[in-house]
Design a protein around this ligand. Structure first.
Ligand code: HEM
Length: 439
């Protein structure tokens, strides 16, 4: 193959490998701390996860190269095996060979012209959520936000038929499913997950429930017009299993990372009173108590910087993985076909050679003219597989943060730094918050 060196210099191993197990223990025990020590200015490190060897990409330039060459670095390996097995062959997990066709079919639903309708759905749903809050109440804000985003996403997808019960069913089943998917990725041994033990039965029941609810909603919405996404999927010619898979894929892709980004936003603001005060001043001046709408976004620059910075410190998709479809080369090293290539937006976005004081929450590093190279911010991925809901997801987070913050100040009940819980996505876990009314 052209460009592939005949002899390849050895790739340095990541630190902390043990005989036989390699990096399994540090990776399972505290993957984020482990990744923070596994840096290499040259670009690549070798990871040994038991019998599996993986290449860890350590610079933004190399990550961009991998993410942009989707024919060579395709979705595959344990993460996508588990995703496809659970959620089907929709656009999120499909291979490169079918991706362009699948993406073309769902893309019209994310056209900028659809944004005003989706923004109205977001504002309405946030309004319903906060209308139920009482001053002094302590809630698990993460669970509340997951339910909120479930409701928003279902209503963006389906013109009719979404009830409180549907939202509860999807919210509850996904909670169980995502935990199960994590274990299927961590222990990719089919026989273990087929054992008739309670955890596996719960997983299968939750999976069946999710797919049944989505089938009912697809059947209840046969039309090809209306403001939601499903009619556009139908107009693009999707039917049967292909339609079901795209709906499932988009729902899951939207729900988990958006919830995590929102949960991190409130967790970080609750621990950074100066930033929180500046955000309050901005939303008070611009919104004056109204729910935030699409037209307000250009007038909320501090909120935008704060959300950008939250997603730098806590990218919900903390690890992206690819499998090579052919022999190739990276940074002068030979990478055989079938290799696992990993890159962590979490580690890349805290690289001290790219970001000053990388662990600090400093929204003003994003002021216009900032020195941060634009390619070093990757929470939505890059290339052909870059998040299809990039603009929608960012808008959803901004509108929700601004609308909630203009009336409420959720205070963490636990002092100290936030917990980092990397599972399928990076999430702060349960977030007990004391609700203080601002206005
Ligand atoms: C803050 C919120 C979000 C974040 C951080 C996020 C992050 C990501 C990332 C990193 C990827 C690429 C994964 C990879 O390369 O392996 C991705 C893909 C995707 N996301 Fe998002 N996402 C968010 C919200 C959304 C929303 C709201 C939607 C849809 C309503 C959505 C739909 C998708 C789809 C369909 C893909 C697959 C694209 C493809 O392979 O062509 N995401 N997302």
């Amino acid at each position: 193959m052209t460009g592939t060196p005949v002899t390849s210099p050895p790739i340095a191993p990541a630190p902390g490998a043990l005989p036989l197990l390699g990096h399994v223990l540090p990776f399972l025990r505290d993957p984020l701390a482990f990744l923070s020590t596994a840096r290499d200015p040259g670009g690549l490190l070798m990871l040994r996860l038991g019998p599996v060897r993986a290449f860890l990409v350590c610079t933004p330039e190399l990550a961009q190269r991998v993410l942009r060459d989707t024919a060579t670095f395709d979705k595959g390996g344990a993460v996508f095996d588990a995703f496809r097995e659970t959620f089907g062959m929709g656009v999120v997990g499909c291979p490169h060979t079918t991706h362009a066709r699948q993406r073309r079919a769902v893309e019209p639903a994310f056209d900028p012209s659809r944004m005003p309708g989706y923004a109205d759905t977001i504002s309405d749903e946030v309004g319903v959520l906060v209308a139920g809050w009482r001053p002094g109440q302590v809630i698990d804000l993460n669970a509340a936000l997951h339910r909120l985003v479930t409701s928003i996403t279902l209503r963006m997808l389906f013109p009719t038929g979404v009830t409180d019960q549907t939202v509860t069913d999807v919210h509850d089943s996904l909670h169980t499913i995502m935990a199960g998917v994590y274990w299927r990725v961590t222990i990719p041994v089919a026989a273990v997950h087929a054992l008739p033990i309670p955890a596996n039965r719960r997983f299968q029941r939750a999976k069946a429930r999710l797919h049944a609810v989505l089938d009912e909603l697809v059947t209840a919405n046969p039309q090809t017009d209306g403001g939601a996404a499903l009619p556009l999927f139908r107009t693009a010619g999707l039917t049967g299993q292909a339609l079901h898979d795209e709906v499932t894929s988009v729902l899951v892709a939207a729900l988990e990372p958006t919830t995590a980004a929102l949960a991190w936003a409130f967790s970080v603001l609750g621990r950074n009173p100066d930033a929180e005060r500046r955000l309050h001043e901005e939303v008070d001046e611009i919104l004056a108590g109204r729910p935030a709408g699409l037209d307000d976004l250009p007038h909320l620059p501090y909120t935008r910087r704060a959300v950008t910075e939250v997603m730098r410190l806590y990218p919900p998709m903390w690890m992206l993985t690819r499998a090579t479809t052919r022999d190739t080369e990276l940074d002068g090293h030979r990478i055989p076909a079938g290799s696992v290539v990993m890159m962590s937006p979490y580690a890349l976005q805290r690289d001290p050679t790219v970001y000053d004081e990388p662990d600090e929450f400093r929204p003003d590093r994003w002021l216009p003219g900032s020195a941060v190279p634009p390619d070093a911010w990757l929470p939505f991925g890059e290339g052909d597989r870059k998040c299809l809901g990039y603009s929608l997801g960012f808008t959803e987070v901004m509108l929700t943060v601004a609308t909630i913050a203009s009336h409420w100040r959720p205070r963490p009940t636990r002092p100290g730094p936030a917990r980092l819980v990397p599972r399928g996505d990076l999430n702060p876990g349960p977030l007990p918050m004391f609700l203080e009314r601002r206005h």
